[in-house]
Design a protein around this ligand. Sequence first.
Ligand code: UD1
Ligand code: CA
Length: 459
Amino acid sequence: MNLVILAAGQGKRMRSDLPKVLHPLAGRPLLAHVLDTARALAREAGVAADIVVVVGHGAAQVREAFAGAEDVRFVTQQPQLGTGHAVLQAAPLLNDAGPTLVLYGDVPLIRVETLLALLRAAAGGVGLLTASVPDPAGYGRVVRDAHGRVTRIVEERDATAAERAIDEINTGILVAPTPQLKSWLARLGNDNAQGEYYLTDVIAQAVRERVPVSGCVAADPAHVLGVNSRSQLARLERIVQRRSAEALMEAGATLADPARIDVRGDMRVGADVFIDVGCVFEGQVELADRVRVGAYCVLRNVSVGAGTELVAFTYLERCQIGAGARVGPFARLRPGARLDDEVHIGNFVEVKASVVGKGSKANHLAYIGDTDVGPRTNIGAGTIVANYDGVNKHHSRIGENVQVGSNCVLVAPIHVGDGATIGAGSTVAREVPPGGLTLARSRQVTIPGWKRPTKKSSG
Ligand code: UD1
Ligand code: CA
């Protein structure tokens, strides 16, 4: 089967420098959604798919964004003379042995089941996917004869008042036998209001040549919505988000408000997970059973162990958290942070490229960077690991059952032995031996009878 995806249009109404098909929906370009569906369709139908994407406006950017997609061939349409002209550019790459299905890069919610039904309905002839919508403005209308057979499509700008009253619209998606499609495309004219070569005109040609045309009405018009403006993009985003919220709830998560969660990637949840409002999940996110996520947390490529609580306003990126841990509020875990079970990371604590051992705590205002921290260690408020000397980053090791007092500076690279205690306010730059109390601060002195300065009278 040939799959042609049209993605050459400018998308004027987006008012954007970014080609329309690269605008993100649920964190991924529109075109990526259509490509996924095209591949899934071929799998489901059990056929090999020849995917051709027609690019034009911003072609280099689109090709670049999908440079890794080895199963996709690109053709450039320059200039862009209409949807029919776009498919014509792909014609030399289309294999006559299978049918050709045309998809749109800006109609991203189309479902595999809908396309399978279209292929079945077409049964070797032409299949046209239509939809009945309350407000058909802007779309091409499907004209049927007295027997309900599709006779042609008329674009809104070429339609009579009576035709405009038709509420069955052309979704743009169609399937046709490839050799016939090629001959119809070659004979398209552009004598219409927009002076464009319309793909939609192949329908009338098919009817004229008595190739059966089946108009297949989409069960849910939401699936064939196109993105022409930012407002439509926002509407589709809500549809996608609602779907992923439903999937999370089905998997066992309670959402404080399914309308206030954003998933931009793949998210997996265990049973009895609770997610409060306003959270954003990006990339691969895994929450094990009974994880609780407080309001307004951001998680990007994170896995969280069972029973862990992430308290409000926590920002986590590329990190791993064990079970029974507590992180936040206002905590930040940066790439390479790994917290073992039962770790507590409190407010205004930042952890980067570090391992924190089981049961260890840093509850307030601390920075742990490039450091292995053993289990049962406590990092006091205001303590930081000075891991950067202005040129290089250095790695440190803090043992188990260590007590680091408040407001210490641990100058990296440093090793703190097991069971050590470091007094508050110390700046330690040399090896701290195990056990014992290490102090590295000036002794407290008091000058008795010291007089505060008084203000001099001027002049
Ligand atoms: C098109 C259909 C209309 C249908 C609507 C559904 C035609 C003539 N009209 O109208 O019947 O109701 O889609 O959304 O087909 N494109 C190119 N090259 C071009 C022009 C467009 O690749 O020269 C691509 C666009 O990038 C887009 C798609 O084709 O992905 C549709 O183009 P657009 O201009 O949005 O078509 P509509 O006017 O919406
Ligand atoms: Ca147009």
